[in-house]
Design a protein around this ligand. Structure first.
Ligand code: G4P
Length: 314
């Protein structure tokens, strides 16, 4: 990792292009701490397709005891059976996981309700002190591209920003009004993803939360294709016309690395069967890689979850 001399991106809500140098992480951590001190509760967004991989590795430590609602965004793209299983798993951990689709707005009303439930005690304490109209202050946090801005816009609907001169609202800060009891800090809290294992890196790249460049795109696409062959049988045959059994069998002898053999073989097949060709009819794996990743991210491969719970079989 290099030394970061220009950490401004960490505050821009920049999408997938953040390279998380130590300076970016330090800045994101500092900003989060600052903003946390202003809010009563936090809405943490995870990617419903990868609820474990999209969790910030230090989230409990970062949020300390701040009450939080956890939403699994992009649930429209995730496998519903897997999402239901995660709801159960998170419940066991004492966390209510709320599936959300920020594009349609499904689930956002439940997030509001959950915020109220979470704050019920505080609201009644305030009411006892005569503060009937206490406004809950909250903020959204999550890793890049998880859908923070889309979620905020959906939660707000047509409501307007609230600035300045309200009791308890410091001048210069911008709060967005969700309803007459909840305001939201205008800038979402940007969190860094987990970096500690290769699989998580691949999953987050597939999901679009880590930038993929041309050099590693074919590796990411090979990972995806291998994962689909193993866990979502029939998807590649239906979408790209490849013979899944033949790909698996052809590569079966070579056990060096299934990613480089089965995954890459599948990628070549996708290229050959879908017109991604170079001169002389050679498979253009770069084009095929871009295609499968685009198709996944746009939901054209169907509803796919990338983190399967342990022991979960489809
Ligand atoms: P961020 O602030 O966390 O970085 O994420 P942002 O809201 O910018 O969303 C990143 C991408 O994810 C956007 O797509 C957005 O439309 C999409 N997105 C957000 N929430 C959902 C959801 O619940 N379901 C689905 N299917 N997509 C969601 P984009 O391709 O980058 O932009 P655009 O095509 O929407 O303009």
């Amino acid at each position: 990792m290099g030394i970061n001399r220009n950490p401004t991106e960490a505050n821009k809500g920049a999408k997938t292009n953040i390279q998380w140098f130590p300076g970016h992480m330090a800045k994101a951590r500092r900003l989060l701490a600052e903003n946390l001190s202003k809010v009563d509760a936090v809405v943490e967004l995870l990617d419903a397709r990868a609820p474990l991989s999209s969790e910030n590795p230090e989230i409990d430590k970062l949020l300390k005891n701040k009450p939080r609602v956890v939403a699994a965004n992009k649930s429209d793209l995730a496998d519903p059976a897997v999402t239901a299983e995660y709801v159960r798993i998170f419940k066991e951990r004492g966390i209510r996981l709320i599936p959300v689709d920020s594009r349609s707005g499904a689930g956002t009303a439940q997030v509001r309700e959950a915020l109220f439930e979470l704050m019920a005690e505080k609201l009644s304490r305030k009411a006892e002190k005569g503060l009937q109209q206490y406004t809950i202050k909250t903020m959204v946090v999550g890793i890049p591209n998880v859908g923070k801005s889309t979620f905020i816009n959906r939660l707000l609907g047509r409501n307007k920003a609230v600035t300045g001169d309200r009791p308890g609202v410091t001048r210069g800060e911008q709060w967005l009004r969700v309803d007459d009891r909840i305001v939201l800090l205008d800038t979402p809290g940007l969190l860094w993803p987990r970096f500690d294992d290769q699989r998580t890196g691949f999953v987050l790249s597939c999901a679009g939360s880590i930038k993929d460049d041309v050099t590693d795109r074919s590796e990411i696409a090979s990972f995806l294709l291998l994962y689909l062959l193993d866990n979502y049988k029939g998807v590649l045959a239906d979408k790209y016309g490849i013979d899944e059994a033949a790909v698996l069998e052809e590569a079966a002898d070579n056990t060096v690395s299934r990613l480089g053999t089965v995954g890459f073989r599948a990628l070549e097949e996708v290229a050959l069967k879908n017109g991604c060709l170079r001169k002389g009819g050679v498979a253009d794996v770069d084009r095929a890689s871009a295609k499968v990743l685009d198709d996944l991210r746009a939901g054209r491969l169907g509803r796919i979850s990338l983190d399967l719970p342990e022991g979960f079989t489809r």
